[in-house]
Ligand binder design. Structure first.
Ligand SMILES: Cc1ncc(C[n+]2csc(CCOP(=O)(O)OP(=O)(O)O)c2C)c(N)n1
Ligand code: SF4
Ligand SMILES: [Mg+2]
Length: 236
């Protein structure tokens, strides 16, 4: 009989949105009823990546920005498994950007959860490529100089077949979106908006609008920074 190890205690700051994401992900995995032995989550390095060990599934802690290639590799040899890659905005848009673009382009049958905290949270708030232009972070006392990269725009131009964005403050919406993304055949991405409560609180007043109908063409998503929901899906 397999011994059940005690779960580690989350180390996040009080009020961190990662608690909401954890609950949504746990509930989605329970609802979708895939056996824990048939589900693998590949974690990035970062605050959100510290979710590793808090789920009753198989998991791998990868290097920073490398959760997607590990997930794609697992799926390539074990098609029967449900494979999820978790990535921070830093891991996805900085260290591991090329992996995201190529996994979209190949339409790898994995689900990518992007925990967009708008900064490198774990290493104490340096700007990432998701940090809004002008925002004061610890690494840019004069404000971030460049325009941010958008996960959604990149997914749209790189050929992703399921593209969505949702706020962590809507945990039931997030749970439903994770279920949908896992059921999608092909590459699915959910950008989870969860500004870091410690390092991004001064530049996160943005209001998002939930859309009811997905866009019909990926090109229609480009530049739509502040809409949430299922933005595009192409069914196989
Ligand atoms: C290749 C590499 N570069 C930098 C680091 C240091 N590092 C570890 S976590 C981290 C920040 C992670 O930020 P993000 O991916 O946005 O995740 P968050 O902590 O915000 O959830 C950095 C820079 C590393 N471990 N490996
Ligand atoms: S630093 Fe930010 S992302 Fe990390 S645990 Fe604290 S609130 Fe959450
Ligand atoms: Mg981050």
């Amino acid at each position: 009989m397999m011994e059940k190890l005690p779960r580690p205690i989350p180390t996040w700051c009080p009020g961190c949105d990662n608690y909401l994401v954890l609950v949504a992900l746990r509930q989605a995995l329970q609802k979708i009823k895939i056996a824990p032995k048939d589900t693998v989550v590949c974690f990035d390095i970062g605050c959100a990546g510290n979710m590793n060990g808090l789920l009753d599934v198989c998991s791998v802690e990868t290097l920073h920005g490398r959760s997607i290639p590990v997930a794609s590799g697992i799926k390539a040899v074990r098609e029967d498994l449900t494979v999820i890659a978790q990535a921070g905005d830093g891991g996805l848009l900085n260290e591991g950007l090329n992996h995201f673009v190529h996994a979209c382009r190949r339409d790898d049958d994995i689900t990518v959860l992007v925990n967009n905290s708008l900064v490198f949270s774990l290493t104490a708030g340096q700007r990432s490529s998701a940090t809004p232009q002008g925002a004061l972070s610890r690494a840019d006392q004069g404000g971030a100089q460049n325009k941010p990269l958008s996960v959604i725009d990149l997914a749209a131009i790189s050929g992703a077949t399921f593209i969505s964005r949702i706020e962590a403050s809507d945990p039931s919406g997030l749970q439903a979106m994770i279920e949908k993304a896992i059921r999608h055949h092909g590459f699915s991405v959910i950008e989870i908006i969860e500004p870091c409560k410690i390092w991004a609180k001064k530049f996160t007043q943005q209001k998002y609008k939930l859309i009811k109908q997905p866009f019909r063409q990926p090109s229609e998503l480009i530049g739509k920074q502040f809409v949430t929901g299922l933005l595009y899906e192409q069914k196989r």
